[in-house]
Design a protein around this ligand. Structure first.
Ligand code: SAH
Ligand code: SF4
Length: 341
């Protein structure tokens, strides 16, 4: 059934719903308070609303559509929530606490149409886009578990820019003063380089952060990692990323998943540093997490030498800290391991 999600409904939508259902306008404010201040999406808990309104909400909306099916905790405090959607599909959201900040990693699709060879998210293909409300529900389940996050990264399952309209609606609710009121500077959207989506992202003209999963310094190497169906050239991707940088007024991050024998040579490190310097971008090195037997993670010494080479060239580089359980460190792995059972 194609019902709206209460969690994805903004004040405007709720106002027109109240009008249609003949509930007074002041109820909208109460409802928004429940949703965006109390972070409560179950109408049964909204005790200051009349019973017939709570029933109407449950009838007309998914409230909520998803539920927490399983929580996988690791010793370093990272928690992965496996969420079951209203149609039985599963996605993941990850809670990543650090000393000084709390980060949530959210999914945007069920599966992924890009299907990068090294990634678990696209392994079983693509099932469907998430609705904005389902993305907001991920956020809400995270808040209920760990409190409000300092940072949000769209680095879970899926290519968010291939689900642009729903992602943009979710970003709106997250940042709107009538919604969760988060600063766009604390939100990062990661893309595998879907150029038309990046162009739309630039048109939002908001200070969201962009992370571009480049993974290679030549189109030939990139073709070994990403299938051709949704692959653009590095030149086109960087052009679109520059457009976002100028429109959003934010430096972007170049993500580089390091895979042994494919993209971990020092010549690539120097070229990557050049790209970052030319585009005023930062580099984030992600040591590959094994998902199957096809690729290997480089030795620690190789990763360190690669990083040093970039630093010596004068570019800004960070390395993703290894967090999470072994079984499910890479996004999409938990969902895949459950679907095999
Ligand atoms: N689809 C988007 C966002 C989700 S993936 C994108 O590709 O950017 C988020 C990041 O995780 C990407 O940089 C991706 O390359 C990386 N990633 C995926 N699988 C990985 C794995 N097995 N090991 C290390 N990084 C991985
Ligand atoms: Fe999709 Fe990103 Fe995984 Fe590639 S890395 S398959 S784009 S989720």
């Amino acid at each position: 059934m194609n019902k709206p999600f209460l969690a994805g409904s903004n004040a405007e939508f709720l106002t027109s719903w109240c009008e249609t259902r003949k509930f007074p306008k002041f109820r909208v404010k109460q409802l928004c308070n429940w949703l965006y201040t109390q972070v409560e999406i179950n109408p049964d808990a909204m005790l200051n609303l009349p019973g017939n309104m709570r029933d109407a909400l449950k009838e007309d909306f998914y409230a909520p559509g998803s539920s927490v099916d399983e929580i996988v905790s690791s010793t370093d405090g990272v928690e992965k929530l496996l969420l079951k959607l209203h149609d039985g599909e599963c996605i993941e959201m990850v809670i990543i606490p650090a000393d000084d900040r709390l980060t949530f990693c959210l999914s945007t699709q069920v599966g992924c149409p890009v299907g990068c060879y090294f990634c678990a998210s696209g392994k079983n293909g693509f099932t469907r886009n998430l609705r904005a409300g389902e993305i907001i529900e991920e956020f809400i389940f995270g808040v209920k578990r760990a409190g409000f996050p300092d940072n949000l990264v769209f680095m879970g399952i899926g290519e968010g820019l291939l689900n642009f309209e729903e992602l943009a609606d979710a970003l709106n609710i997250l940042t709107s003063p009538d919604g969760f009121g988060m600063s766009p500077r604390r939100i990062t959207v990661s893309t595998s380089g879907f150029v038309p989506g990046m162009q739309k992202f630039a048109q939002l003209k908001r200070e969201f952060n962009l992370a571009v999963s480049l993974h290679a310094v030549t189109d030939e190497i990139r073709a070994k990692l990403i299938p051709s169906n949704v692959r653009y050239s590095i030149a086109e991707i960087l052009k679109a990323a520059d457009l976002c940088r100028d429109a959003n007024n934010r430096q972007y991050t170049i993500e580089y998943t390091m895979i042994s024998g494919i993209n971990d040579d020092l010549d690539s490190a120097r070229k990557l540093a050049d790209i970052a310097l030319n585009h005023h971008a930062k580099i984030n090195l992600i040591p590959y997490n094994a998902t199957d037997g096809m690729f290997r993670r480089p030795e620690r010494s190789v990763i360190e030498a690669f990083e040093t080479e970039i630093k010596n060239a004068g570019a800004r580089v960070t390395r993703r800290v290894e967090r999470g359980t072994k079984e499910s460190a890479a996004c999409g792995q938990l969902r895949i391991s459950r679907s095999k059972k």
